[in-house]
Design a protein. Structure first.
Length: 132
């Protein structure tokens, strides 16, 4: 089916993402999971940086470009959700985030790729805005 108008890639670049572009901290300061998220807009693309808790200091997952940014509905130009995928070799983590009522809600799907037979798992965490 051919559609007239802006391609998906072009539309994603034009979405207004200011509600997501911030620094975020987990509402649970003692989380064993993701502790901080920074979302930036660079050249019209969403960039995501994640830190998680570790024994001695926070563990940076690095920065990457979001795979996709989603509008709140088909007619909207307001971006409100994103998907990012981190690949660590032994582990792949699909992160889905959306802003709701001033909070960033992250759903993370962890899939082990190392043959260790550990259970893949899911987490959902909530983040509030903080100064960068």
């Amino acid at each position: 089916m051919e559609m007239a108008g802006t391609s998906t890639a072009e539309a994603a670049r034009n979405l207004e993402t200011s509600t997501m572009v911030r620094s975020w901290a987990n509402t649970n300061p003692s989380t064993p999971g993701i502790t901080r998220v920074q979302i930036r807009s660079v050249a019209g693309k969403l960039r995501v940086t994640i830190e998680s808790s570790a024994k001695e200091s926070p563990l940076s997952w690095g920065e990457l470009e979001a795979e996709c940014v989603y509008a709140e509905n088909p007619a909207s130009m307001r971006g409100m959700a994103f998907v990012a995928r981190y690949k660590f070799g032994f582990l792949e983590t699909l992160v889905e985030g959306n802003v709701n009522a001033g909070l960033l809600v992250l759903a993370a799907f962890y899939t082990f790729r190392d043959g260790s037979h550990r259970s893949d798992y899911f987490s959902r965490e909530f983040f509030h805005e903080v100064a960068p």
